[in-house]
Write a protein that binds this ligand. Structure first.
Ligand SMILES: [Zn+2]
Length: 122
């Protein structure tokens, strides 16, 4: 199949709770997880995920979705500590696969216009 001219790829992510030797305080348990695909976050049926660690994880997810240099710490580092300093939970962000998206399907900003404005600044 021919690749669309405006295609790009993002990693799908799995963010899972990892236990440490320290007890957990928040309402997350080892093995709990959520998935990220494009702009969508999904949880297994019946599972919840506390909003405070989610708030700490959210800024990292778009960066982990994108390809990064093999020497970049964003490529190698995958364990994130829970923001509650008394909680022993950690979260592992795993790249599970790549998914192709089309620019024209995820934004209304024309691709040509974006390239033109880049030239003006550059
Ligand atoms: Zn926690």
């Amino acid at each position: 199949m021919k690749k669309a001219r405006d295609a790009f790829t993002l990693y799908d992510l799995r963010v899972e709770v990892v236990a440490t030797g320290k007890p957990m305080v928040c309402n997350h348990a080892a093995g709990d997880f959520f998935l990220v695909s494009g702009e969508n976050l999904s949880l297994p049926p019946g599972q919840t995920f506390p909003i405070y660690p989610l708030a700490a994880l959210l800024p990292l997810l778009p960066a982990k979705q994108r390809a990064s240099d093999e020497n970049d710490w964003m490529t190698t580092d995958a364990l994130i500590a829970c923001p509650d300093p008394h909680c022993g939970g950690q979260f592992r962000i795993v790249r599970t696969g790549r998914r192709t998206f089309r620019h024209s399907e995820v934004t209304r900003v024309p691709l040509e216009k974006r390239k033109a404005s880049r030239r003006v600044r550059g």
